[in-house]
Design a protein around this ligand. Structure first.
Ligand SMILES: [Zn+2]
Length: 500
């Protein structure tokens, strides 16, 4: 009797073990994984974008009608803390490292612990070990902190050349695309081998023309850099790119690069693709809300490429969309507009602050007087000295603009920047800042900072394993979410936060 019970017990155990194994084998795993990171994109940036588009689509509506962004349709949402080992307002290096590796580190550090000794193992490396292909895309330079955190490990984010060499000579990446390289020939004081030579030696297929990038297929390791560059080796701001396209010029979008990466990476073993909308951050540093909205829309267009892919592979695709930290302390609502917002005013803006800076440089050179300068401002931003218009400047606004204009007309070396000027202009072109601040405020928007803030960020997830991204958690949990969704096991110790 006793023997029989033991036998039965063993049989039951075997049965339940087999059942558990079968269940595990049946659990769907994410095979095509997309991770979209809007740099500096928090809830204020997406909220402003929803209202901007909603206002544009429903100009006569008596009440606010926010539009839905494509990731608002995703099944799961989460809320993520973003602090790092240096600050509650972290930088891109530490936050991207945390999401890529599951570990916290200091601002400025990419995939090293707080003592700058131990390296982290990345979700992209785990994906690669599992036989998947790996791609990284950014609208800023591809050696910038956020993309770098998915293929490199350096004690300082400023080691642009080292980052680039690791990407090209390492085994993690199959596709790298978007903006260019900041240091193609080595750091300034230490000239080194040209990166495109290194790419060639390491079997990369380098494509840098629009037609070539549009024609990219599954043809091996591919480095795709857009020919039309904006500031600091990045892609153009979307507002400026669209102006070029409207004028008949050809310029690729973040969505075009994303589509090229999907064609290149698609294979039977799956892929992990990280896409960064990097300039949402840059324009929010400069407090240019309209340009941030356009870049959020460019980012959303890139997400649409993944959504279209997921429709063809619904049982195997995971899409996660989030930011790395909020930038600028943007909010909806301003002291002078009280409970009103006027998002339609932002439609008057026709160029980014970077293009405006170029106009101001020209004004400085040509010694343009204030009235003529304001005529140029009216043309591109709608703000006017003429009475009775929607965007007529108040006496106080006019005074603020004139003071900034006078400072901007001086060569940079002759400007006296005190506490007040630093508060108002944050190191940017004073007249540009006064103009974007005036337009933001008239629309009912305002920024509190020229730097990053400590807001929690929304996370949107859809598809296979998306339930791993539901709830309230820390940015290090993004790593575990992907590992679970892909059915991969952590096989290296994740360094704890404590410094020496
Ligand atoms: Zn960032």
């Amino acid at each position: 009797m006793k023997k029989l019970t033991a036998l039965m017990l063993a049989a039951i155990m075997l049965l339940s073990l087999t059942a558990a194994m079968a269940q595990e084998a049946e659990a769907p795993k994410a095979k095509y994984v997309f991770f979209f990171v809007g740099d500096g994109m928090g809830s204020p940036q997406t909220t402003a974008t929803r209202y901007y588009v909603g206002t544009q689509q429903n100009p006569d509506s008596p009440y606010p009608m926010p539009a839905k962004l494509v990731f608002d349709e995703f099944k799961y949402t989460g809320l993520m803390t973003t602090y790092d080992a240096s600050s509650f307002a972290p930088d891109s290096a530490s936050t991207a490292s945390s999401m890529a590796s599951g570990a916290k580190t200091l601002s400025g550090v990419i995939n090293y612990d707080v003592n700058k000794e131990k390296q982290f193992k990345l979700v992209s490396e785990y994906a690669k070990e599992a036989g998947m292909k790996v791609g990284v895309i950014s609208s800023v330079s591809i050696d910038h902190a956020t993309p770098a955190a998915f293929y490199s490990k350096v004690p300082s984010r400023n080691q642009y050349y080292d980052i680039s060499v690791q990407g090209l000579t390492g085994t993690t990446l199959d596709f790298l695309g978007g903006g260019g390289y900041k240091r193609p020939d080595g750091e300034k004081d230490t000239p080194s081998q040209n990166l495109f030579e290194i790419a060639k030696e390491n079997g990369w297929n380098y494509v840098n023309d629009n037609e070539g990038i549009r024609a990219i297929t599954e043809s091996g390791r591919t480095l795709a850099i857009v020919p039309d560059k904006g500031d600091s080796d990045s892609m153009q701001y979307e507002i400026d790119r669209l102006a070029k396209v409207a004028a008949g010029e050809d310029s690729l979008s973040l969505a075009d690069i994303t589509a090229a990466a999907i064609r290149n990476l698609e294979n039977d073993n799956g892929f992990f693709l990280m896409v960064e909308g990097g300039k949402i951050d840059w324009t929010c540093h400069a407090n240019d809300a309209t340009t941030a909205i356009y870049d959020t829309l460019a980012f959303e267009d890139a997400v649409k490429e993944a959504v279209a892919f997921a429709e063809k592979h619904p049982e195997e695709t995971l899409i996660v969309v989030t930011g790395d930290h909020e930038t600028g302390g943007l909010t909806i609502g301003f002291a002078t507009t009280a409970y009103d917002t006027h998002f339609q005013y932002l439609q008057s803006q026709k160029m980014s602050y970077v293009k405006l800076d170029e106009q101001i440089a020209k004004m400085r050179e040509e010694k343009t007087n204030f009235e003529d300068a304001m005529a140029i401002v009216a043309q591109h931003f709608g703000l006017t000295l003429e009475e009775g218009q929607d965007l007529t400047l108040t006496a106080k606004e006019r005074e603020a603009l004139q003071r900034a204009y006078e400072l901007s007309m001086l060569p940079a070396a002759q400007r006296i920047i005190g506490e007040q000027e630093a508060f108002l202009y944050g190191g940017y072109e004073p007249f540009s800042m006064a103009i974007t601040h005036a337009l933001n405020n008239k629309a009912g928007l305002a920024y509190t900072s020229f730097a990053h803030t400590g807001l929690q960020l929304p996370v949107y997830a859809n598809g296979t394993g998306a339930d791993n991204f539901s709830g309230s958690y820390d940015n290090t949990d993004i790593f575990y979410g992907f590992m679970n969704a892909m059915g991969l096991e952590v096989n290296e110790e994740i360094p704890a936060l404590a410094a020496k």
